[in-house]
Unconditional design. Structure first.
Length: 226
């Protein structure tokens, strides 16, 4: 059943991405002040939103693990975190490319960019921490606590451009920024496509985590017998 869901979501994501790419590069005109580079927003913003939603899910799963001690929640937390980290990396890279063209620099240490980089480093540290602890129960418990700690930076990333004056433009979806309705609808559709892609990757990674947990269980049983 899970494989059918993965295939269905994968096909839907591929078709929607193909449709969006055609619209982005063949239908929509260049933006008046930014030219063709503005098209990066159709990937930059959806990648950021997908990553932040992943952080919410991972934090919730970590809390649920601490409450229930059910390792399925631990598997969800690590799977979503890995995928979310990849999307956050895509957000940082695309933002740097945009900044190089518009600002003339690859990076600036303003509140939004810095907090996003710190967020990426925190979740990368979460994955490194998991690899450093061999005992499954201790690994899941300590990782869950660290994941909740890392989530504290997510609201800072989201609201940094509201709390402080930054070089980063105001958001186009919730106050301050503006965008043409046709461009906004394409951005929303690409957000849906990237979220479908993220769901596929999470389901695949979740299955890998479950298989690894089964292997670890068999290994411990074999050691106990021997």
């Amino acid at each position: 059943m899970r494989e059918k869901v993965i295939y269905a979501l994968g096909v839907a994501a591929a078709l929607l991405l193909a449709r969006n790419l055609y619209s982005i590069f063949m239908v929509l005109p260049d933006e008046a002040s930014q030219g063709m580079i503005y098209r990066i927003i159709f990937f930059h913003v959806p990648a950021a939103i997908t990553a932040m939603l992943g952080a919410f899910v991972a934090a919730f799963a970590s809390i649920m693990f601490l409450v229930t001690k059910n390792f399925r929640y631990d598997s969800v937390a690590v799977s979503v975190t890995e995928v979310g980290l990849a999307f956050l990396a895509a957000n940082l890279v695309t933002g740097s490319i945009w900044g190089r063209i518009i600002w003339g620099i690859w990076w600036t240490w303003d509140a939004r960019l810095t907090s996003a980089l710190v967020c990426w480093l925190l979740y990368a540290g979460y994955l490194m921490l998991r690899h450093a602890i061999e005992e499954p129960t201790a690994r899941a418990r300590i990782a869950a606590v660290f994941n909740i700690f890392a989530f504290a930076d997510v609201p800072i990333v989201i609201f940094s451009i509201k709390w402080w004056r930054t070089q980063h433009p105001q958001p186009v979806f919730w106050g301050g920024g503006s965008i043409d309705p046709a461009m906004k609808s394409t951005a929303v559709l690409n957000l849906v496509a990237l979220m479908l892609l993220a769901a596929v990757l999470v389901l695949i990674r979740l299955r890998q985590e479950e298989v690894q947990r089964e292997i670890d269980s068999l290994r411990r049983y074999a050691h106990a017998v021997v």
